[in-house]
Write a protein that binds this ligand. Structure first.
Ligand code: ATP
Ligand code: ZN
Ligand code: ZN
Length: 854
């Protein structure tokens, strides 16, 4: 079975190129090109990277017009066929291009770019140029023409001689070498005397080390050693050493052990007595760490039930999704470990997804401790090279478990048995950039492809998952609900006190600490126990405001206030990167009363220092955790009890497990409740429940204070009682009444352009067009009428951030219910809008199942 044609998705980001192109498979690559292969193909005048989508015996295209694949970039295709198939599904589901879906599945190291190489043309006389001119003139019989050798100037000859000597040089090198003779260089290429080829070059290569080993043995070696002259004493020493050791050694090691130069070893190799080779090695980010092995714990009764259900699915090789609702500290991670162990023993592989900020060394340690070298870890703090190597271990079948953040869901395992998603409610599982996928949906789809099991674990499951489990409505994704209500340690969930901050104010306490929390901290200091303080502030930012005139420093390009960064003492825009020095007088009114406002973990830190002299505070926020590894270092310091208080934003709420933490305080519980986001109650509940679970997880009993100005809000009350069920009932009622997910689905469409009037018109056109189309399909209607199928379009309205990077933004929200292919309708309408306008500057972004509404 020989395939002659490959359909290739090219790495050219435009709407016109979002379809496969046909290429011929050259004879020498037949048998090597597979579905998922990464190839370099000619595209227009360039060479671009592409992925093979499918193989065919013939094409509808005229073979004469088809170009051949130029090069194959990897021996083993980076994408197995199931991922290629999934890219097509992602493209439909999330309205993204195929290339963006394929690119997100492979490590950044494999995003190759074409490099231009120059060599002397085969026939120096400019044959190519001539025959091309002939072809244009319709003269097919150019071969018989008498070719006049081109005359070269002295300068030109020098360049040609240089290239000839080098064989092949990059264009970059050549233009730097002959920087002052760009004209000559270009002329030579234009006339076809120098030929240009393009090849794809990867950003990062496999890492290798130079090794050296003896190339002779036995009698031969005896003779070789005898043959050395007195001057070659050092070479003889090296050969003797290599013969003794008998295995390849790293060159570096040989040089330092014997104190010889690289030249000595090279001479030995030249004579044929030794070989110097590059041997591939893996960069291992955890190489200097030892992980203590751990054994499975005896399962509790609750764990047994969950374990039984999941392993049954694994043993049967059937598809199954489980929603594991387990209170904090109920032993979910232990269940993950044991089900993974079963999965591996069945010869299959497992993926563990955790939110980026929970991917701490402690987390990794638990998995490495149980599975040792079978684990690959992927997270954003690794270098591009380290990530590439971890990924290769997966692709080459060297490991059986991959643990990582969102994108680890694409780990290219051959026989996937289990996908665990810890903290499944976390919004960071949704990617905010294109492709705007949700790792939960991808996990479920992959499990379906592989007949695998999925465990979605959380103490506070997302309403979408919980509702799906309860109603068993959506047959594609109807998880089985499993619950764990007890902690194996026997410790109880901590008592939670709600502190009404309005009352504190009435009683004359103007501090940010209530009297109760103040006393609590003081008591911990006395007893040598630890405290965790959470400042609930999403999008944590500090802005600059003038107290005299009310001026707020804003970004000149975006309609948003600038964020103050203490370390660099400047103001920065989080959307476009604009930066300016922090002003000391107000640019509007020249007042000196210009101050830094906002959340300030720094302010809390300052106040703590004032109230408790000598207190050791470890502050964890965006400012203190930007450096690589800083997050871990801070936690380690706290773990070693070199800090009394761990103070921070959301980061402190997740997965931390410290035996001496007996007090948790939430400074301002309600800040998120005021956000114009229908999920704000859910997010507040989740955060409070999570952080409350940090206290008293071990022998010492815990205590929690939640300070709030909204003590009667149901999310605060239910969180204080650890009562997920009551919260969900109340929240679902609200959602149903307002037709929000899970009772509808959303598509957020954002249009942007530099010119406001034009944008406004286009946004109106888009919404009108979409409405018309929906009406003709009989979909359009108010969701209030409780029809099984309906689609409503809200807007256009200005986006919550109305301008970013000098582009104005308007949005439409599509709300729908029932099995309508609304994504396709929106995508087609967007394409029509763009095609009609023919203004490349208009951008339309489509976010399916959006998580961030601001
Ligand atoms: N079967 C068991 N017997 C004894 N101890 C157990 C058992 N299972 C778990 N534990 C212990 O209970 C504690 C909590 O377990 P684990 O971290 O797995 O819970 P979790 O639900 O993942 O916690 P969270 O998600 O709240 O961080 C750990 O110290 C763990 O070692
Ligand atoms: Zn002012
Ligand atoms: Zn900006």
């Amino acid at each position: 079975m020989t395939y002659k044609v490959a359909k290739v998705i090219v790495d050219v980001p435009s709407r016109e190129t979002d379809r496969p192109f046909d290429y011929l498979i050259p004879d020498e690559l037949k048998g090597w090109i597979e579905v998922g292969s990464r190839v370099g193909v000619p595209f227009g005048r360039r060479t671009v990277q592409g992925f093979v989508l499918s193989l065919h015996r013939e094409s509808d295209m005229d073979p004469a017009r088809m170009k051949p694949i130029q090069e194959l970039l990897d021996l083993m295709p980076p994408l197995p066929p199931d991922l290629v198939e999934m890219a097509e599904w992602m493209s439909r589901k999330y309205a993204c291009s195929m290339i963006s879906a394929l690119q997100v599945m492979i490590p950044a190291a494999l995003k190759g770019k074409a490099e231009r190489y120059i060599s002397v043309a085969e026939d120096e006389g400019g044959q190519d140029a001539l025959s091309e001119a002939d072809a244009e003139a319709g003269n097919a019989d150019s071969g018989s023409l008498f070719v006049v050798p081109e005359l070269l100037t002295g300068e030109e000859e020098e360049i040609v001689a240089y290239v000839k000597a080098a064989g092949q040089v990059t264009m970059d090198h050549l233009s730097a070498r002959f920087a002052d003779r760009a004209g000559d260089l270009k002329g030579l290429i234009r006339r076809g005397i120098l030929a240009e080829t393009q090849m794809i070059k990867d950003k990062v290569r496999k890492k290798t080390v130079k090794t050296v080993s003896a190339a002779v043995s036995g009698e031969e070696a005896e003779r070789a050693l005898a043959s050395f002259s007195g001057q070659a004493r050092r070479q003889k020493e090296v050969l003797q050493f290599l013969l003794e050791v008998g295995v390849p050694l790293s060159l570096q090691e040989v040089l330092s052990t014997l104190r010889v130069t690289a030249g000595t070893v090279a001479k030995l190799a030249e004579k044929g007595f030794a070989v110097i080779e590059d041997i591939e090695v893996f960069r291992d980010p955890y190489r200097n760490r030892n992980f203590k092995g751990t054994d499975p714990l005896e399962r509790t009764a609750e764990q047994e039930v969950v374990y039984g259900k999941v392993t049954e699915t694994l043993d049967e090789r059937s598809y199954g999704v489980f929603l594991l609702h387990g209170v904090t500290g109920s032993g979910k991670t232990e269940v993950y470990l044991q089900t993974i162990e079963r999965c591996i023993s069945l010869g299959r592989q497992a993926i563990v997804l955790v939110p980026e900020i929970s991917l701490t060394p402690q987390m990794v340690e638990r998995f490495k401790g149980r599975f040792g070298g079978k684990v690959a870890v992927m997270h954003s703090r690794l270098s591009t090279g380290e990530r590439y190597d971890e990924w290769r271990k997966i692709r080459e079948g060297r490991v059986q478990v991959a643990i990582g953040a969102r994108s680890a869901v694409f780990a290219p395992f051959a026989d996937l048995g289990l996908i665990v998603m810890d903290e499944e409610h976390e919004t960071s599982y949704k990617q905010e950039e294109t492709p705007k996928y949700h790792a939960r949906d991808v996990a479920v789809y992959r499990a379906h492809q592989h007949n695998a099991a999925v465990i979605l674990g959380s103490a506070t499951p997302s309403l979408e998952s919980y509702h799906a489990a309860r109603s068993q409505a959506d047959d594609n994704f109807a998880p089985l609900l499993l619950e764990m209500k007890q902690r194996p340690s026997g410790s109880h969930l901590p008592g939670v006190n709600i502190v009404d901050m309005r009352e504190e104010l009435r009683d004359g306490n103007r501090s940010m600490f209530s009297r109760a929390l103040h006393e609590g901290i003081a008591a911990r200091l006395e007893r040598g126990e630890q405290t965790v303080l959470l400042l609930n502030r999403r999008g944590h930012s500090t802005f600059v405001m003038c107290r005299t005139c009310g001026y707020v420093a804003g970004c000149p390009e975006c309609d948003i206030s600038l964020t103050y960064h203490q370390k660099s003492n400047n103001l920065r825009c989080h959307y476009c990167g604009y930066a300016a020095p922090a002003p000391s007088i107000c640019p509007e009114c020249n007042s000196e009363h210009i101050r830094y406002f906002g959340t300030g973990t720094q302010r809390v830190e300052g106040e703590l220092a004032k109230l408790f002299p000598g207190i050791r505070v470890i502050r964890m926020d965006v400012d203190t955790t930007t450096e690589k590894g800083s997050h871990e270092k801070l936690l380690q310091t706290f773990r070693e009890k070199k800090g009394d208080v761990l103070l921070g934003t959301q980061m402190v709420a997740k997965g931390l497990d410290f035996p001496d933490v007996t007090l948790v305080g939430v400074i301002a519980a309600d800040t998120a409740l005021n956000f114009p986001d229908f999920r704000s109650a859910e997010k507040t509940f989740q955060l409070l429940t999570q952080v409350a679970g940090r206290a008293g997880r071990h022998q010492l009993p815990g205590e929690v204070f939640i300070q709030t100005y909204m003590p009667d809000h149901y999310s605060v009350i239910h969180a204080s009682r650890h009562d997920y069920g009551s919260f969900v009932r109340e929240e679902l009622n609200h959602r149903r009444a307002l037709h929000y997910p899970p009772y509808s689905r959303l598509i957020l469409v954002t249009l942007s352009h530099e010119k406001l009037p034009l944008l406004l018109r286009m946004a109106e056109n888009f919404a009108g067009d979409l409405r018309g189309k929906a009406q003709r399909l009989g979909w359009y209607g108010n969701l209030d009428r409780f029809a099984a199928e309906a689609l409503d379009i809200l807007g256009p309205v200005a986006s919550p951030i109305p301008r970013i990077k000098n582009r104005y933004r308007f949005q439409c929200m599509v709300k729908y219910r029932g099995p309508l292919d609304a994504v396709r309708l929106v995508r087609e309408t967007a394409a029509d809008t763009l095609a009609n306008l023919r203004d490349a500057s208009l951008q339309i972004s489509i976010d399916v199942d959006p998580q961030m509404l601001m």
